[in-house]
Design a binder for this molecule. Sequence first.
Ligand SMILES: [Zn+2]
Ligand SMILES: [Zn+2]
Length: 283
Amino acid sequence: MLIDLHTHTDFSPDAKSSPEEMCARAAELGLTRFAVTDHCDCNYWLPAAEKFPDGIPEGFKDEEMCGARDYATASIKRTAELKERYPFLLCGIELGQPLQAPEAAAQILSMPELDLVIGSHHMNAGCADFYWLDYRSMDISEIHRLLERSFEEIYDMCRRADFDTLGHLTYPLRYIVGDCGIEVDMSRFGDIIREIFRTLAERGRGIEINTSGLRQKYGRTLPDREYVKLFKDCGGEILTIGSDAHCAADLAAGIPQGIDLARECGFRYVAYFEKRRAEFIKI
Ligand SMILES: [Zn+2]
Ligand SMILES: [Zn+2]
């Protein structure tokens, strides 16, 4: 049984394969459920020229990610069309930083085609994506402050934003620990992460096991075992699983390991969403 609820097509500026190629690969792999969840970083809703009418600021690295209004909307419409041909297909979106641009979030969330919304946090308010930050030039206290702010913003998102499952809780560790080899004292964030999980459980929302870290230097799922188990202990019931593939070759990569991890943490089901309602598959 294979299910992949977090994938990107070339409607996402940083992904490579067309929706048709992704669907053909999903059919070949025999996926039970497969969601296209292209990026919609809400703070990048407008094209760069409209976001920065006086010129793009020096050092701004995400010019190509701007314009989610156009590419995220187009992805949803295209995926909805393809559902006719591929019955396993679900129409999703990876909603980034919804509280940084609530009007943009409201617009994309109003699209009736949506089955699934992943809530993600890729950058702290006023900062660049964690992908771009130069951790090697920071001292450890600065890194801890960045992470603390990130968990505070995620907590706020979990309390106030509309989404179905929380994307890659430990996303910055992919770069800090994985790419830079800097060890982080995660124990200092235990309390806020517990609050994040309790809030999600109370609101009937889930977390995902994002398996992308397994094929990257980090070598662990996002989040890893300790947190998947903690979510269960906090009353969490909705667990989704996704590869975060940005090309057809990575589709469903690491999913069997992710399902084993879910089982080991006490989960008997993984969830998927249809028209924003959770459905469960026994594992
Ligand atoms: Zn993401
Ligand atoms: Zn993603």
